[in-house]
Design a protein around this ligand. Sequence first.
Ligand code: NI
Length: 260
Amino acid sequence: MALLDELLRALWTDQAAIAPQAARVHQLLRDRGEAVRIDHIAMRTFDVPGVDIDALDRAFVAEGYDAAQTYELPRRKLIAYHYEHRDDPGRPKLLFSALLVDELSREAQAIVRGLVDQLEPGAAAHPSFAVSGRSWQLSSSDLMTLRAESEDAAWVAAFGFRAGHFSIDASGLCGFDGLAGLNRFLVESGYGVDQAGGEVKGSPAELLEQSATVAELVDVELADRSVRMPSCPCEFARRYPQADGTLFQGFLPLALSSCP
Ligand code: NI
C-alpha cells in the first residue's frame, strides 16, 4: 500500500497547491477539533483512448480499487465511475469522470485531440499519470473555444490530470447542525457556498447530501498569456444508512450533474 499512500498524498499536495482554499478549509475544521476524513477524490479526463478512465484508473486498480458503479451525465457530456477499495473501506472512494469528446463540435474535438497528441508516448503508463498535471501547450483562444462549449473540457485542458476536488466526509463532523449548519459556518468564515443545483444537493431520502464551496479563481499560465480560471472547490458529502444499516456508498446523478 506504500504506492497508494504515495499517490493519495501526491494528489492532496497537488490539490493544496492549485486550490489553497481547500487546504485552508481543511485546516479551519481541524482547528475546531474536527476529524477531516476524505469521502471521495474526484479525477477528470477526456474520453480519448490512451488518456481515458482506463488509463487514469490503472495505478489505483493495481493498488486495490475496483469500479463499483457507473453514472451518465448527458447534460455535461460526461461518463463517470466510482471506485471503492476492495480490502479497506476506510480508503476514500475515487470518482473518475471522462468528457465524451465525440459529442463536442468538430472544432473542439480537434483542439482536445491536439492536446492529447502532445503527450509523450507512454506518459499514461507512468504510475503517477493521474497526478501528472498539464504537460501540453494550450493557447488562450483554444481554451476560450472549449470553455464556450464545456466547462469540463476547459478544466481538463487548463489543469490536466490531477484531482478535481477532495470531498470531506461530513458524517464525521460533529460540531455542525447538518450541511446547512456547516454551510452557515463556511459563509461566516468568508467562503462562498456553491448554489448551482441548490446549496445542499441530494437529501436524506436519497441517502446522500453534498455541498461545496465556490471554487477559487487562480492564474493559469497558457502559451500566450495567463488567464483566471476556477480551480477546485472544497466539497462535503454526508451519507445516510440504507435499509440494511450500512451507509450508502454511491452517488446521485442529479447531484453529480451540478457537482463542480
Ligand atoms: Ni464530489
